[in-house]
Design a protein around this ligand. Sequence first.
Ligand code: NAI
Length: 413
Amino acid sequence: MVQSANYPQKPKAERLAVLLEGIHPSAVEALKRDGYTRIVTHEKALSGAELRDAVREAHFLGVRSRTQLTAEVLQNAGLLTAVGCYCIGTNQVDLNEAMRLGIPVFNAPFSNTRSVAELVLAQIIMLVRGIPQKNAILHRGGWTKSAADSYEVRGKTLGIVGYGHIGTQIGVLAEQLGMSVVFHDIAAQLPIGNAAELDSLEALLAVSDVVTLHVPQTPQTDNLIGPAQIAMMKPGSHLINASRGTVVDIDALAAALQSRHLHGAAIDVFPVEPQGNDATFTSPLIQFDNVILTPHIGGSTLEAQVNIGKEVTAKLIRYSNNGSTTSAVNFPEVALPEHTGDSRILHIHKNVPGVLAQVNERLSAGGINITAQYLGTRDTIGYVVIDVDRAASQTALEALSAVPETIRCRLLY
Ligand code: NAI
């Protein structure tokens, strides 16, 4: 089912925002501040008929990871303008169907950057000092007061693999502790502070006292750190992985800990992770006192939840008010200036040849002056945004809604 081309626009205060799964109140506050006062919140995920009923009239829909937005659910949400995933992942949404229906989906990939960076900073100090093993011994009733194998981090070298949002923040924090920072990235990155870029992963592994991984999950990063790479690491060095579980060969890491080639490790992400808090965790790393194990909580802090609430809501509001789709995960990305003085028409259409020509011909035939035009395409859809004189807006809306390839057409005042 394709949505009706010109779906009705209500005043902000009448547009319904439905937020599921206990999304942080910062989202509600941000909506209210912008005049979206019709808000329904649910503490839990919904499914089946309950979900369909909840979203039937929604203008915005906010979910976290548990609500499954299938094609059927999306097709039944005839007024749905945008979906916000208040988390990192978007697998829970049928992104292709959302795209086909002209519904952009937004998420919050970078709201928890600082949380990950702080955890890794703490892990660096703990590992270099040999704290995990000392802590474990005391928990078993032992006592090992000794300076053996305990070091300051000042003057040590931190190797950052993947110098993006998280990697750069860790570099800045580690330099404040007096560490030398080197990094390796496949893309050209501007070094921050005194960080030095190295040409290869091998060069980084050879000089680092601590190696920390901050790359995405891609075919290229699958087992990026295997037996050969671990062998290149300095004897007595440390490995931290808070990126994705596929990046490190866990058996190779276990072997290097067994042989004492590595002094310790901190691992937050695993190739296979338990599905819920009641499930059992197993890993070859459980046996090692000198490994800090955490249950994929690198980004899990209350501050990150607040930031996610604000970031995703800001994206929903910006799309609804202004038409900008910057950072949408399934939609052509168009960054738009404010439309002061003009009316703006958002035209979402099937991405086939000739649609833009038709749009322009119809406006020209109606004697409508275009003051600005922006276009983006992605896969099967095109998105053209047109600013027109305010007096001509209704005529323009009708003309564009009549283009046969139209999926949706919306007028912003
Ligand atoms: P980002 O996209 O800002 O940075 C990733 C960097 O890795 C980019 O600069 C990219 O060019 C680089 N890169 C990609 N492939 C590479 C390769 N083969 N070798 C070297 N560099 C490579 O991502 P961000 O936000 O810094 O996140 C990094 C990782 O952390 C991601 O895998 C993300 O999923 C994970 N993460 C984990 C969390 C946790 O709870 N443990 C929370 C947040 C993110």
